[in-house]
Design a protein around this ligand. Sequence first.
Ligand code: FRU
Length: 492
Amino acid sequence: MEQLYKEKHRPQFHFSPEEKWMNDPNGMVFFNDEYHLFYQYHPFGTTWGPMHWGHAVSKDLIHWKQLPIGLYPDEHGAIFSGSAIVDWNNTSGFFQDGPGLVAIYTSADNYPDSDRPRQRQSLAYSNDNGRTWIKYEGNPILSDVNITDYRDPKVFWHDETNKWVMVLATGQSVTIYTSANLKDWEFASEFGNKAGSHEGVWECPDLFRLPVDGDKNKQKWVMFVSIGDNHDFKEGSRTQYFVGQFDGTTFVNDNSDETILWMDHGRDNYAGVSWSDIPAEDGKRIYIGWMSNWRYANQVPTEEWRSAMTLPRELSLTSSKEGVRLVQRVVPEINSIRKGTEVFQDLTIGKNQPAIFNLFSPLMEVNIELKKQTSNSFGIVLQSSDDEKTVIRYDVEMEKLFVDRTEAGDNSFSESFAAVQEAFLKMENNKINLQIFIDASSIEVFAEDGKVAFTSLIFPKKPYEQLVLFSDEGKILVSSLKLTELDSIWVK
Ligand code: FRU
């Protein structure tokens, strides 16, 4: 136990399970001052297997306490992804005194005497803050023999229609159902057969509303849809989003069917969904993603556990020339692990004039503002003396930001791992700002205050020790650079 959370590659400020395999985040709900995080969990191995719901709780979304398994497979099968809500008014009739938690998840088995997967939705409820769960005797509560991929229910309360709404992944679409009591569900509409990306099976939807540019009177609805791995596409599994309107029944996309909006331009942010029941007066919409990719998740070089979650991120909407877009920022509670900082200002970087800084901790946050002068290609190298490095580069002519992990560390476990990740990004006033979080086996890059995100796993032999600012030709000005040491969230 002494060595727990100190293993090679073990994330120090991201949630990972004490041991064994984890995939999607599930059942995220805030209740009685606790953030719950359940997750797809295989307790008997470090590869995907019969799914349980693992469980952890946090007071601040940063420090997590591992709890015993929440949900075990039963006569209806394994426990696939789903959500949890607070049933404030006991619409379900499950509770005697006050509100309680209800989990809505997919029961996964096979049709009798067949290899055909069967996916049906089920309920469980908890009277003790999610510590123990009772499965509803009427399970499963929703099924459809005609649809094989029929899973990942995300449920929320819709005030205006006084109903529960469920978004469910149904093959190449999201089907919306409504209910008054969480037990009886009615078909409302289907969205997406022609919209967005269909480069993989649709999974793990979410639907919620957000103000545009912080204006409460101008709200839009955001739909998340993850798309599964497909060998024809190098990116593997990833998550898209749609922006539109929702009236309690039907989601209407603001954009053309051809418009594809990606949530993250790194390879390792999948199946993300948001927390339910964050109090309205707080108003935050926070999500977390699984920091891996089905393309190689089962092969990443860790032994005791496999996979971590992304940092939790607060979502907002901003309008731009292209339309309304999602912005994501690490939750402010990250401040609780910030330690010493070093600040530099007004440095000029030229072609043969890089600037080199010592990364004084393996766990770092970097905040930097770069101002283009005569350079058309510049950036940051994070490197170790073993010649391993991750390169973050901006190309002015292409208007693209790249995160290159081809030489980041071990990539022998999968041909798909070594990758140059890229995103379109316009410079404003010839400036670009980046926030970078470096943990033992990941780098998260947020550009332009969270307008563009890259979540990228890395497996270096040892932590990066240096940060190099470079320009491929011409000059740039580093108007500010702040290096901040971060603390481990695990007990030392
Ligand atoms: C997404 C997913 C879900 C499913 C779960 C199974 O990563 O494939 O659609 O419920 O994982 O573990």
